[in-house]
Design a protein around this ligand. Structure first.
Ligand code: GRF
Length: 202
């Protein structure tokens, strides 16, 4: 399974997926790592690991479309089976998403459809939920909305801050992304409307 990673920052999900591949827990190969931020620690790590790392700084393009065109060009050359958004802080245009139907994955730090958008962990605390978690889902044209591949739950504790809850969720994110990719690698799944189900199940 060929994976392209898109990131903007820390890159801990990218590293977790890389480590799972290195340990032989995920049969995959990273064919491109793309960052829209030159200073992202994740892209520095990709270089250290000797992966094909690309920086496409969105600020040096005249438009969103021009930036996406370059991202799409690199993806076309890398021929990934799946595009993995790992803290990629850019919205993808409907045209981009349509070019890779059910091939783009994202991870979000809440149990969707609760708390889409930014600061999901702070939203969960402010709302007062007792359980939150993370969601790996396919990307469609709506924000944090595509078919769900894997979810993992964590408790929200009375004394949690956005930071402490984020850390608890992040640990599960790393496992959830690997679990989702293993599921996709097995090829025993299909998308049925909003549902990602085992092939053969009705
Ligand atoms: C994660 O919390 C992820 O759920 C969200 O952005 C953060 C990325 O973290 N989409 P990292 O860059 O993978 O460490």
């Amino acid at each position: 399974m060929r994976l392209a990673i898109l990131l903007s920052g820390r890159g801990s999900n990218f590293v977790a997926i890389h480590d799972a591949i290195a340990r032989g827990e995920l049969a995959a190969e990273m064919v491109a790592v793309i960052s829209n931020r030159p200073e992202a620690p994740g892209i520095a790590r990709a270089r250290e690991l000797g992966l094909p790392a690309h920086v496409l700084d969105h600020r040096s393009y005249p438009s969103r479309g021009a930036h996406e065109e370059d991202v799409l060009r690199i993806l076309a050359e890398a021929r990934p089976d799946f595009i993995v958004l790992a803290g990629y802080m850019r919205l993808l245009s409907p045209g981009f998403v349509a070019a890779w139907p059910n091939k783009i994955l994202n991870i979000h730090p809440s149990l969707l459809p609760s708390f889409p958008g930014v600061d999901a962990q702070a939203q969960a605390i402010a709302y007062g939920v007792k359980v939150s978690g993370c969601t790996v889902h396919f990307v469609d044209e709506n924000l944090d909305a595509g078919p769900i591949i894997v979810q993992r739950a964590v408790p929200v504790l009375d004394d949690d801050t956005a930071e402490s809850l984020s850390a608890r969720i992040l640990e599960q994110e790393h496992a959830a992304y690997v679990e989702a990719l293993r599921k996709l690698a097995s090829s025993q799944w299909r998308v049925d409307g909003r549902r990602v189900v085992r092939s053969g199940s009705s």
